[in-house]
Design a protein around this ligand. Structure first.
Ligand SMILES: [Zn+2]
Length: 437
């Protein structure tokens, strides 16, 4: 916890850091010692030379805020995107420079650019009437999801990094905010005016675990009617029952449309994207960009399922039907499985040929790309001369939901295997949990 110190500009920054961290050795506020701070600073990984050459370095003239984000990606993709830029589905590319720091789930901290420059991290944003918050703030990306728990190591690094930055820029705890608190959106089918709720980013960031006191107990831009409130975020950040809100912050979000769960609250800015699929209760599938002119946003039936990031083939959205998911630079074990990533019924097939069940995975970001996984399965059942695929799976041995592991490293579904009499030795079967009584 930090109060703003008006006299700090009289002494050099390094002395200030030592002074402030020195205070914390004896202060009741900090859990970290001076050597913790020194070790943390020395261990920051310098990633500055990875910055996109097209990124224009512009000095900030003022630093009012520190903005915390969750990257909604794994570490390797986060580092690439913040340094090199984002590629949009339209083909548009940004020149990178989307954060000053990245904190991995291990707590390892990366310096993406010198903190004196403006990072393009907040987008359409406003706090206390000031727009373009990127121009007056430092951006910190925590590798993780707004609906998934952050790690203890991340809170430890965030606490020390924020502390140091607060000292450098003379900022108190109310200057530390999440992206979800400061982002705003333009009017859409659910909000007739500019409004909060464009981002859910870092809504799960637990300030107290990062050694921070509270922010304002109201949204300054909603109070002055510059913006409409987002009911969910307003309750979470400024509601009277923070304990309830905290539970909601990391609860898995339903992807089914209901009275209180609109397409906007599920998909956010991607609600009308051509890669967002709407599966209606009658089985009809529509893309986000088709809803307005077919059904209309306010007439989507209850229990319509919303699926993000679906493939487009021959101009039509394609829902992935196979139970075998793949970890890619965009899709982590968390994006596929959510909290089930560490269940025993989630099975991982690594590119090395190793097989692990979820309970043996330390973190969803620890799995290499091209790892395949199945969610909600029981097994393995070993196929032998005495126990055939039919003997194990019955009629379902050829089903698209029945999964086979064929040594040394092929994962196939029953419907894609043609010759069951010639399976390699050591072939194993996995069956959906709901098939087993
Ligand atoms: Zn963000």
């Amino acid at each position: 916890m930090k109060q703003n110190t008006g006299y700090a500009w009289l002494i050099p920054v390094w002395a200030l850091v030592i002074f402030v961290t020195g205070l914390f050795v004896t202060g009741a506020c900090s859990a970290y010692s001076r050597s913790d701070y020194q070790q943390f600073q020395n261990a920051i990984i310098d990633h500055r030379n990875r910055l996109n050459k097209k990124f224009k370095k512009i000095r900030r003239t003022e630093t009012r805020y520190i903005i915390v984000h969750t990257s909604e990606l794994g570490l390797s993709t986060t580092l690439r995107v913040v340094s090199k830029g984002k590629q949009f589905k339209s083909g548009h590319r940004t020149p990178g420079g989307h954060a000053h720091y990245v904190i991995a789930r291990s707590g390892h901290t990366y310096r993406i650019m010198d903190k004196q420059y403006r990072a393009d991290h907040a987008g359409l944003s406003m706090w206390q009437g000031k727009q373009d918050v990127s121009s007056v703030s430092i951006g910190i990306e925590l590798v993780g999801y707004h609906s998934a728990p952050l790690t203890e190591q991340q809170y430890r690094s965030a606490a020390m990094l924020i502390d140091i930055l607060q000292s450098v820029y003379h900022l108190d705890d109310t200057a530390v905010l999440t992206h979800s608190q400061i982002a705003f959106g333009r009017p859409n089918p659910w909000f007739p005016k500019d409004h909060r709720g464009r981002k859910r980013c870092a809504k799960n960031f637990d300030r107290s675990r990062a050694g921070l006191g509270p922010t304002l107990d109201f949204d300054p831009d909603v109070r002055t009617e510059r913006l409409l409130p987002d009911p969910y975020l307003a309750k979470l950040f400024y509601g009277k029952q923070p304990a309830v809100a905290k539970v909601a912050a990391t609860a898995p979000v339903s992807n089914l449309i209901s009275k209180n769960n609109s397409a906007w609250s599920i998909a956010g800015e991607d609600y009308d994207s051509r890669t967002t699929a709407y599966v209606l209760p009658n089985g009809r599938i529509l893309a986000g960009n088709q809803i307005k002119d077919t059904i209309g946003w306010h007439l989507l039936p209850v229990n319509t399922k919303v699926l993000l990031d679906q493939k487009i083939e021959k101009d039509h959205i394609q829902i992935s039907q196979t139970p075998v998911k793949v970890i890619t630079d965009r899709m982590t074990a968390w994006s596929h499985a959510g909290p089930a990533y560490r269940f025993d019924s989630t099975i991982y097939f690594l590119p090395s040929g190793m097989i692990y069940s979820g309970s043996r995975i330390p973190d969803w970001d620890d799995l290499p790309q091209k790892t395949q996984l199945i969610i909600g399965y029981q097994g393995p059942f070993l196929i032998t001369d005495a126990m055939t695929a039919y003997g194990i799976a019955g009629q379902k041995y050829k089903d698209p939901d029945t999964v086979y592991f064929l040594p040394p490293g092929h994962v196939k579904t029953g419907n894609t295997i043609t010759d069951f009499s010639n399976l390699p030795e050591g072939t194993r079967v996995y069956l959906p949990l709901d098939d087993i009584g």
